[in-house]
Every structure is written in structure tokens, then in C-alpha cells.
Design a binder for this molecule. Structure first.
Ligand SMILES: *Cc1c(COP(=O)(O)O)cnc(C)c1O
Length: 370
């Protein structure tokens, strides 16, 4: 079926971003974070591209994602970040998924799994060094290493997470790094364990904290964690956005001056106006919050969205454009001619970040891969 709305994923851009990030973190192993269906870009397709370019480690949030990724044919290490239900522990074993563990109960559960199966099943230990989210405390490290030793658990690595690595100004990341170093300095740590602290912000802006393994997420998909500022300050051949969101004009209507547009008439035309009806709305991840804010590209020019964005439709003002017809292509996110709208700009229209938009748009529309 020909869909009106298309999310097009540029696999060349994904490959370029992977290689670029490897160059930025030359001494570290690169883990590709493919959670939330690859930030909307398809977990499986993205992971295949990264694997083909040498990636040997993949991070997912949930156990079910890990199973799906393994069943898709990914042979490399798969790490599950958000824990697991103890009743589901056999999935870890069957699919060789490595858990990130943040509580002792889970460590004991994995030890039982090892005993039941007579095989070694390593873990990563998660520490909280300032995010106030998941993890053990750095000061517990020595005791934990000892606890794992007694359970005969192999610790493959230690993991923590930066809360503000996208911010170059604060000393937050410095403080987190100091906490993280307490773990690798604790009794029981050994050099076969990988130390992994960096997300995209850490990779790009805090080189000395790279350690043995870094975890790239948003940057793999072509965006900077600090948005447009990051792109401006990087080299031209830096990260390339991989996702394009396009649609087609459904109908064109001419209305008089003084006409209300869409629900609640939050826009009243100030002149005779030509409106293009687009089959895109908030159920496609095109947030209602950007009603009367967003712009789209038609014929290589910017057209403003007028009135409320509906569930499945919205209206663009094409009064100043010539030679536009029903069926013409509309770019909601991406490049047309010399104009470009990216997820950072759209995020500015609805008070969010590229991450949320990519997930919302990618996971609510049919995707194609080029
Ligand atoms: C999502 C995630 C990352 C990647 O973060 P980005 O800012 O997208 O690079 C890294 N580590 C953990 C634990 C994550 O959950």
C-alpha cells in the first residue's frame, strides 16, 4: 500500500555516524544503544547497519527487546539495561543476553541461573554517580565485588550514567567522573572489567572519561545531545540526521479573510488564504503542542502550520506559493531543495528534544530504509 506518511531512514547516515563516533572515541569499545526501537529508526535495521560496520555490543532497555534483537540474527553482545523479572531469567540464558544489575536480588538470581545451567553468565554492575536513578552507590563497590566473587559471578564491567554531559559549562561531569573513579579504584576491581560511563555527550565533550567502553545513542542517529549548538560547533562532516519524515498534500482549499482554521479557531486568517490539508497529526508523533508554531517544506519553501494540529491532520498556509497541487510532497522533517527542518528545530516548536521527536515520529509511522 502507498502510505501518505513515510519515515525514511538513511542507512548510509547511520553507518557514517557510527564510524564518526568510533573516530571520536578511538580507544574505547563502542556500544550502540538501540533501545526504543532504535530511537524510532528501527532497532533491528539500525543494529544490522552498526554490526556491519564493526559494532560488537548493543544496548537495549528491556528484556523483550533483547530477545527480539537476538532473534533477528544479531550475534554480538546484547546488554539489557532495565532489569528483568526473575520469572523470565531463562530468556537471559536462552538468548545470551547480559543484564545490567542494580540490586543484590538480581545478582543472586543470576547466580542461581548459573548453578541451574552449569554455565557462566556474566553481568554488568550499574552504579549511581549522580543521576539519582538506578544503581548501587560507589562506596558499596568493594563490598559488591566481594559479593559477586562469593557468588562466583563474573563482572564484565561497571556502568554509570552522566546527568549533564551535554552541558560544557557545569563541572557536573567532572564530579560524576570522580565518583566513577572510586569504583575502578575499589578493592576487587580488575582490569578485565570494562568501565563505561559515556553517553553521546560524554563521547563528544568529555574525552578523558571514555574508559573501556562508551555508549552512543542519539549521536548514532545523527543528533547532538546539546541540539543545534552542538551541530554548529562541530565539523561540517560530523553527525548526519538519518530520519526524514515526509507526507503528501491531501487537498488544497481557499478561504476568505477572517476565517477560523481547525479546532477552536485558534488561527483566524488575516487575508484570503490558501490552505494545504496534510494527513499528519499528533497520532503520527507530530505534537499538538506545535499548533500555530511548526513549519513544513513544500516546493523547497517553508509553509507555516495554521490552527490546531488534529489527531490525523493539520493545515499549512501556502498562500504565497505557486504551482502547488494535491499529492505534492511535503517534508515535515528533513531536507527539500536548500531548506532543512531537523528534529532540533521541531523540538524548539514544542519544547522538547530531538530524542522524544525521533521516537514519536519513528515509532508511529511506517519506515523505509534506503
Ligand atoms: C539511552 C542511554 C544511553 C545513550 O544516551 P544518548 O544521550 O542517547 O547518547 C547511554 N547509557 C544509558 C544507560 C542509556 O540509557
Amino acid at each position: 500500500m502507498n502510505e501518505f506518511n513515510r519515515v525514511i531512514i538513511d542507512t548510509e547516515a547511520l553507518a557514517h555516524n557510527y564510524r564518526y563516533l568510533c573516530r571520536r572515541a578511538p580507544s574505547a569499545e563502542m556500544m550502540a544503544m538501540v533501545k526504543s526501537d532504535g530511537y524510532g529508526h528501527s532497532m533491528i535495521e539500525s543494529a544490522r547497519v552498526f554490526q556491519d560496520n564493526g559494532c560488537r555490543s548493543f544496548g537495549v532497555a528491556e528484556l523483550s527487546e533483547g530477545v527480539e534483537l537476538r532473534e533477528s540474527g544479531i550475534k554480538e553482545e546484547i546488554i539489557v539495561f532495565m532489569g528483568f523479572d526473575h520469572d523470565d531469567r531463562m530468556y537471559l540464558l536462552e538468548h545470551n543476553l547480559i543484564p545490567v544489575v542494580f540490586c543484590k536480588d538480581d545478582l543472586e538470581c543470576i547466580a542461581e541461573l548459573q548453578a541451574e545451567s552449569q554455565t557462566e553468565h556474566p553481568v554488568y554492575l550499574k552504579f549511581d554517580c549522580g543521576m539519582s536513578r538506578l544503581g548501587f552507590k560507589p562506596q558499596e563497590a568493594a563490598e559488591l565485588f566481594d559479593f559477586c566473587r562469593k557468588l562466583k559471578l563474573s563482572v564484565r564491567g561497571i556502568i554509570s550514567h552522566f546527568p549533564s554531559s551535554d552541558d560544557h559549562q557545569t563541572d557536573s561531569s567532572e564530579r560524576v567522573y570522580k565518583q566513577f573513579e572510586r569504583i575502578s579504584g575499589a578493592k576487587g576491581f580488575n582490569s578485565t572489567m570494562r568501565a563505561s560511563l559515556c553517553n553521546s555527550g560524554g563521547i563528544l565533550y568529555h574525552g578523558k572519561t571514555h574508559g573501556g567502553m562508551v555508549r552512543a545513542g542519539i549521536s548514532l542517529y545523527g543528533y547532538y545531545p546539546d541540539g543545534a549548538a552542538g551541530r554548529r560547533e562541530d565539523e561540517v562532516d560530523g553527525l548526519k540526521p538519518a530520519m526524514t519524515f515526509s507526507s503528501r498534500i491531501l487537498q488544497i482549499n481557499r478561504v476568505d479573510a477572517g476565517t477560523g482554521v481547525s479546532y477552536s479557531h485558534t488561527y483566524i486568517t488575516d487575508r484570503e488564504t490558501v490552505l494545504a490539508v496534510l494527513p499528519v497529526g499528533y497520532s503520527d508523533g507530530y505534537f499538538r503542542q506545535m499548533s500555530n508554531q511548526a513549519e513544513v517544506l513544500i516546493n523547497g519553501c517553508r509553509a507555516p502550520i495554521r490552527g490546531r494540529i488534529c489527531m490525523n491532520m493539520c493545515m499549512a498556509d501556502i498562500t504565497d506559493m505557486e504551482d502547488v497541487h494535491a499529492g505534492d510532497e511535503v517534508i515535515l522533517m528533513g531536507t527539500q531543495g536548500t531548506e532543512c527542518i531537523d528534529a532540533d528545530q521541531i523540538g524548539g516548536w514544542c519544547d522538547t528534544i530531538s530524542y522524544e521527536l525521533l521516537c514519536a515520529i519513528g515509532n508511529n509511522n511506517k519506515r523505509e530504509f534506503i
